[in-house]
Design a protein around this ligand. Structure first.
Ligand code: ATP
Ligand code: MG
Length: 396
């Protein structure tokens, strides 16, 4: 195989000093983790502000690139030809081999961009640019040099070793997971919440998740769907601890004791309270939901305010200003959409009122919640105690 290594490019703006080391170390860790699932053996190392992922033998190129494209923090993936120190003539032969292999059509404009950090190398960058440029022109007569807008920018870096690359495959951007703490995602089987989790993980936040299950009103297949979604999200975010809360008794109590037009709001408030309980217990610093203004009755500004007020942790709603189609586009891109649209009921659809309040008055909601006073503490306790926690990790 021609390429054995990747040079990983990452965004550096705004990360300086100590933060930069944390960023790089987290990125190395995430790259190792992602490549663990790829056919082949890799070593990942940090060297002078660069990260290299190097294969020990044959590997599946496409699969490796795909895995790296899921690692937040990476902005570019460059398949790189790495060689030991070479005298200039041999370097030219190697550069020609490279061009021949990567651009066999032999017809393009190009520019050589040499960088010499090892000052003992016999030619400096400018000399290398013209020397290698001429050699390539001689080898491929249909090419020409364009210094302003070349089709191919051939990078040649003279460090301890020598690195040749030109292709930059885009990475996902964002920040490496683990650089910005952990949050608890309220994960339903819908389209929105997996996308919300993905977006927050992209900012470097590790995820745990909580799902409210209401058997027998919601089926085992609905639960399996949420597990499947968590697994897809974990391909980007890394492993997720998914808490499956048995929510049936609480829902039934609300249904029995509270006004039906307030069911959804009161139910959402208990979801938030329980999610916060698990967040605090497992050291998550915030909650994440897939809510978006006005999408449904429980997502008007007044409804959001009513569900928000029961939490003390910050609640992150990355989709708050997104149109449904924009959310669907991301769901398609990250691969959650097909699973999300499987037709298994979620617990909210069974207990929805015909005319839910759209502008809940918080004083009234608080007052109506009082109707649960005699039973709720015990029900909450039981829901928490019977919660099943599932470790979700990407499968090979
Ligand atoms: P989604 O597509 O994420 O299900 P939705 O548009 O169906 O969202 P709602 O049902 O109002 O909206 O839920 C709003 C948010 O509340 C969800 O995005 C999710 O974060 C959370 N949520 C709703 N139902 C559940 C559940 N059964 N378990 C965990 N979280 C839930
Ligand atoms: Mg939903």
């Amino acid at each position: 195989m021609f390429f054995k290594s990747f040079l990983i490019k990452y965004g550096e703006i705004g990360i300086k000093g100590k933060n930069r080391y944390l960023f790089e170390d987290a990125l190395v860790k995430q790259i190792r983790h992602a490549l663990k699932h790829v056919e082949g053996e890799f070593t990942v190392r940090k060297e002078q502000g660069r990260i290299f992922a190097e294969s020990q033998g044959d590997f599946d190129f496409e699969e490796a690139v795909e895995a790296l494209q899921r690692v937040f923090g990476i902005v570019g993936i460059c398949p790189v030809l790495e060689c030991d120190d070479l005298p200039v003539e041999e370097l030219a032969v190697t550069a020609i081999d490279y061009m021949n292999e990567v651009y066999p059509e032999g017809e393009y404009t190009f520019k050589v961009n040499a960088r010499r950090t090892r000052k003992s190398y016999p030619m400096d960058s400018m000399e290398l640019n013209s020397f290698l440029g001429e050699k390539i022109l001689d080898a491929f007569p249909k090419t020409s040099v364009d210094v302003h807008n070349p089709q191919i920018l051939l990078n040649v870096e003279i460090r301890e070793r020598i690195y040749i690359y030109s292709k930059i495959i885009p990475g996902p951007g964002g920040m490496p997971v683990g650089t910005n703490g952990k949050c608890m995602l309220l994960l339903s089987g819908g389209i929105d919440s997996p996308v919300a989790g993905y977006m927050i993980a992209k900012r470097g936040v590790k995820l745990d998740a909580v799902y409210f299950h209401a058997p027998p009103y919601t089926s085992e297949r609905a639960k399996q769907k949420v597990i499947d979604l968590a697994r897809i999200v974990s391909r980007y975010s890394g492993p997720i601890n998914l808490h499956v809360v048995n929510f049936t008794d609480i829902q039934l109590a609300i249904y029995e004791k509270c006004p039906h037009e307030e069911l959804t709001i009161i139910m959402r408030r208990y979801m938030m309270r329980i999610a916060e309980h698990f967040a605090v217990a497992t050291k998550s610093a915030g909650l994440i939901t897939g809510e978006s203004i006005g999408q449904v009755a429980s997502q008007t500004i007044q409804s959001l305010a009513a569900t928000n007020e029961v939490c003390t942790l910050p609640v992150f709603r990355p989709l708050i200003a997104f149109d449904k189609q924009d959310i669907v586009d991301i769901a398609l891109k990250i691969g959650t959409y097909d699973t999300s649209i499987q037709p298994y009921e979620d617990c909210c659809t069974i207990f929805v009122a015909k005319h839910p309040v759209t502008k809940p008055n918080r004083n009234i909601i608080r007052r109506d919640e009082e109707k649960l006073a005699l039973v709720i503490e015990e029900l909450l306790q039981k829901a928490i105690e019977t919660t099943e926690t599932i470790w979700i990790e990407e499968e090979r």
